[in-house]
Design a protein around this ligand. Structure first.
Ligand code: CP
Ligand code: NVA
Length: 307
């Protein structure tokens, strides 16, 4: 049995296989063919933070696969009133077939997974957002951009940046990260990624100049400057991130055919301009839709692992 907590635990082949299963399921779905591979299964979804895409994609995905999804907000379950993680894990995993968790500390899902009898999926922690990267790479593939891929991530060194680092390190593409001073990526994650990159051939560069990062890039991406849980820092961050908005001018430095990705939700006028986002709406909203297909691929893959 496998959990999906970070991309670090997965090989390149496994990541590509999950995406491939997702693409096949997408093709079937578009042809009106629902394969109920997870019939009679239940996915428990624990949300300690807000969500639009993650909730809708997992709940819809599980339904389309013939199963059922339970939405459990921490306002409703005893976890939010202090019931220990290890007890919650043993109870839920005794009744459900898979668990998805969106929470703050990454150690919470590690603890949950260590007590869980069923696969646990990271639906976002303060440290990683790996399911988003499955959808992002699926989108890159669909747009035929995986060859000579150079990704520029502009903005906060956060859970998305950490996940891009792991994806680049595993798959072996070039990733440039530009953050303002003081908002750099986590050192331990960077070290891990650099180690993995020596085997995969990935080129990873971190810097503080967004223009340098974007120059010649084939994919430019960003994320909110204030993640969930950092609402109090928002005003300070808007000042500190001056010059880091991805807009048409910045995009001019990228490759002629470069595309823009955003995990969403987007804050127009902050990390991205209204115009740039709307100009790239086709790929950005395909990326959002691919959350559904990629996560169906992941759930089917995890289910197959337990034989
Ligand atoms: N990108 C993403 O995870 O979106 P939600 O927060 O809406 O789930
Ligand atoms: N970095 C963002 C991602 C949202 C999908 C956050 O954690 O809020």
């Amino acid at each position: 049995m496998r959990h999906f907590l970070t991309l670090k635990d997965f090989t390149k082949e496994e990541i590509l296989e999950i995406i491939e299963i997702g693409l096949e399921i997408k093709k079937d779905l578009k042809a009106g063919n629902y394969k109920k591979e997870l019939e009679m299964q239940t996915l428990a979804m624990i949300f300690e933070k807000s969500s639009t895409r993650t909730r809708v994609s997992f709940e819809t995905g599980m339904f389309q696969l013939g199963g059922h999804a339970l939405f459990l907000s921490n306002r409703d379950i005893h976890l939010g009133r202090g019931e220990p993680v290890k007890d919650t894990a043993r109870v839920i995993s005794s009744m459900c077939d898979m668990v998805m968790i969106r929470t703050f500390e990454h150690s919470m899902i590690e603890e949950f997974a260590s007590y869980s009898k069923v696969p646990v999926i990271n639906g976002l922690t303060d440290s990683f957002h790996p399911i988003q990267l499955l959808a992002d790479y699926m989108t890159i593939k669909e747009y035929g951009m995986e060859k000579n891929l150079v990704v520029a991530y502009i903005g906060d060194g956060n859970n998305m940046t950490n996940s891009w680092l792991m994806l680049a390190a595993k798959l072996g593409f070039e990733l440039r990260i530009a953050t303002p001073k003081g908002y750099e990526v986590d050192n331990a994650v960077l070290r891990d990624a650099m180690d993995i990159a020596t085997e995969s051939g990935a080129v990873i560069k971190v810097m503080n100049d967004p223009k340098e990062a974007v120059r010649g890039a084939t994919i430019v991406t960003t994320d909110t400057w204030a993640s969930m849980g950092q609402e109090d820092e928002k005003e300070q961050r808007i000042k500190d991130f001056k010059g880091f908005m991805v807009d048409g001018l910045m995009m001019c430095l990228a490759d002629r055919d470069a595309k823009f990705l955003h995990c969403l939700p987007a804050y127009r006028g902050q990390e991205v301009s209204e115009e740039l986002l709307e100009n790239h709406a086709d790929i950005v909203f395909s990326e959002a839709e691919n959350r559904l297909h990629a996560q169906k691929g992941l759930m089917v893959w995890l289910d197959r692992q337990r034989g």
